[in-house]
Design a binder for this molecule. Structure first.
Ligand code: NAP
Length: 309
């Protein structure tokens, strides 16, 4: 099993005692294939990285409804996984109430991990789009066990067929960032392909903002994609990802955008954490008012999207 750290190119073997290449991926856990248990990585108690432990826990139960049982081939580490493991995830304020059973009932262990890629082993009775043997990439369900495990249950509505041009490791880095960015821009903001509109993306150098920039510029073909970044490397990265203009979120954003003398913006997307957003967004409130639409990717509710009056 391989994992990818966020958007970085650092790959690390999850189990360094096993060596293999992506092109020769075999079932690393074949020696326990018939066992009712599997190896998983997670926490019994939220906290520091040392709280992570590798443990044998029961394999997922038979998939029901639209669930699929999937053999994990690669995982990625998204910032959400780190916050969940630390016990500090707060974008969904009731998150830890919802997953309490995972650490309090048998196996008293919360398997961490949101994004993964793997092979479908078994499908539930209502699955429509996948069959056993297919290669998929997927994001987890926040109230179920995660994907740092040999096998995971995945809802087919959170999965797609693995792109042929990406290997398992590359695919595992995609689902949550890509899904969130696509949903923000296309479903919530309703941006049409080729629209003569501009967008302001706060945090263009972040995992989510960098994908949102690519979708905005290269898929939706927006002529103006303004992003924010504060360091030379994040500015250059954001431009690489599709930003037509980059402003600094540690300086006066409103002034910098006005100085660009562009036509009025139509869309704004703010993929920052709540803490970062509050520091960045207060001066922008007055700027948002003339905007037609605005979406934030931090709170899972209608508060994320709004229309200015
Ligand atoms: N990643 C995902 O898949 C995902 C999915 C759904 C929701 N979210 C949510 O989106 C938020 C961002 O996550 P992410 O993974 O995209 O971010 P990330 O990769 O962790 O973003 C890191 C960047 O944030 C920038 N930043 C720091 N302070 C800022 C500020 N005050 N204003 C604007 N930007 C600032 C920094 O840019 P500089 O170095 O240039 O200063 C830094 O490089 C989080 O709340 C997360 O929960 C993320």
């Amino acid at each position: 099993m391989w994992m990818r750290t966020g958007q970085s190119r650092t790959l690390k073997a999850l189990d360094t005692s096993v060596s293999h290449t992506n092109s020769h991926m075999t079932n690393l856990f074949s020696h326990v294939k018939m066992s009712s248990e599997m190896k998983a990585i997670g926490v019994a108690q939220y906290g520091a990285v040392d709280n992570l432990e590798s443990k044998r826990i029961p394999r997922p139960s038979k998939p029901t409804g639209r669930q699929m049982r999937v053999q994990t081939k690669a995982i990625s580490i998204n910032p959400i996984d780190i916050k969940v493991r630390q016990g500090t995830y707060d974008d969904a304020p009731d998150y830890y109430d919802r997953v309490r059973a995972l650490t309090q009932e048998d196996p008293k262990f919360h398997v961490i991990g949101y994004d993964g890629a793997g092979i479908v082993l078994e499908v539930g009775p209502d699955v429509k789009h996948f069959q056993p043997g297919e290669e998929i990439y997927y994001l987890g369900n926040p109230v179920m066990q995660g994907c740092y495990a040999e096998e995971v249950l995945v809802d087919e509505r959170h999965a797609g067929h693995k792109p042929r041009r990406l290997d398992f490791v590359e695919s595992a880095a995609m689902p949550l960032t890509y899904g969130t960015a696509f949903e923000s821009l296309v479903d919530r903001l309703g941006i049409q392909k080729g629209e003569r509109a501009g967008i302001l993306i706060i945090n263009g150098g972040g995992g989510l903002g960098s994908i949102a920039s690519q979708i905005a510029r290269h898929y939706l073909n927006l002529p103006v994609v303004i992003t924010t970044a504060s360091r030379p490397e994040t500015k250059a990265f954001s431009q690489d990802m599709g930003a037509t203009h980059v402003v600094n979120h540690r300086e006066d954003i409103v002034k910098q955008i006005r100085d660009l003398q562009l036509p009025p913006m139509c869309h704004s997307s703010t993929p920052t954490s709540r803490r970062e957003r509050s520091s960045t967004s207060s001066p922008l409130r007055k700027f948002w008012l003339p905007l037609a639409r605005f979406a934030a990717s931090c709170r899972p509710s209608s508060t994320c999207t709004g229309r200015s009056s």
